[in-house]
Design a protein. Structure first.
Length: 301
């Protein structure tokens, strides 16, 4: 059944074409309101994506299928952002499920918060490993970076597309290909005096599909991406990022010690991942000169 349409909001979804994407698209289609357009940037080769899109567009949901040979979540997101023709853009990922009122709440709040980035609650779903959740129930507004954490979850965010003129696009440097690109972009946003508004009523579920036996490697991957974010800005002699880097480097062995003493395997795995991933990421990020992303065309089908 056709839904009311938020005519000034597009949704960008970067994907490798995994089966998870079908469920993500179904959750958008089942919402109480639809976006003006869903832009699926497909970096994979699965032939199933086109059939999922065909099925879900029949009731009237507008989905554009963009094929891209570029690799990395930053590149996938950018190829989608380049195609946005509406006033606002929202992003989510294929391993997320938006709640039924997501588009309705998100489109209303985005108009209210002005030149800010709106983000929301992220609930875990499933029995596997999910490293990123945001479950606190109190709203917040962040106007400057925090020393101890990041505050943006791009698979649940929206903003006026014109803000890209102030922030820039996501960094496609190879060191940020697998992780860290989101926190680096959010840091640039806050430094550009673009607030991040957290609304706990705007909700997505994050599917826990990762194998628990790979938890250390997942923590290492995320830590390497975070280190690459730090290294890029250390290259620019950013004193705040230097403080944050030193804090995280000191925290890693402390997590290992706490995990070992308390026999908390999650803390131990986190510490080991950070202990090995963070320094390697910093070194990789120091090679990132931070050149402006060159916008590229992409082929839609």
């Amino acid at each position: 059944m056709k839904r009311p349409v938020a005519s000034d909001v597009s949704v960008v979804i970067p994907t490798l074409g995994r089966e998870l994407l079908e469920g993500c698209l179904e959750s958008i289609a089942a919402g109480t309101a639809w976006p003006a357009e869903v832009i699926v940037v497909n970096q994979g080769s699965s032939s199933s994506v086109a059939s999922w899109i065909d099925r879900l567009t029949r009731p009237g949901l507008v989905i554009t299928h963009v094929r891209s040979s570029d690799r990395g979540i930053a590149a996938g997101t950018n190829r989608g952002l380049e195609r946005v023709g509406t006033r606002f853009v929202a992003t989510t990922h294929d391993d997320c499920r938006v709640q039924a009122d997501w588009m309705e709440r998100l489109s209303a709040r985005t108009r209210e918060v002005g030149d800010s980035i709106l983000t929301g609650r992220v609930e875990p779903r499933g029995e596997g490993v999910v490293l990123t959740v945001i479950t606190h129930r109190e709203p917040a507004v962040y106007s400057e970076p925090l020393i101890d954490r990041d505050v943006l979850f791009p698979p649940n965010m929206a903003f006026p597309i014109r803000l890209l003129e102030r922030i820039g696009y996501f960094d496609e440097h190879p060191s940020l290909r697998l992780a860290g690109e989101d926190n680096e972009w959010a840091y640039r946003a806050l430094r550009a005096r673009v607030p991040i508004v957290y609304d706990p009523e705007v909700v997505v579920d994050h599917i826990a599909w990762q194998d628990p036996d790979r938890r250390i490697s997942l923590y290492r991957r995320y830590a390497r991406g975070q280190g690459s974010f730090y290294g890029k800005h250390l290259r620019r002699r950013d004193a705040f990022i230097l403080r944050r880097t030193l804090r995280d480097l000191a925290r890693a062995p402390w997590l290992v010690l706490r995990g070992a003493v308390s026999r908390n395997t999650d803390l131990l795995d986190m510490g080991l991942g950070e202990l090995t991933g963070l320094p390697a990421g910093v070194l990789a990020g120091l090679r990132n000169a931070g050149e402006q992303v060159v916008l590229k065309g992409a082929r839609a089908t």
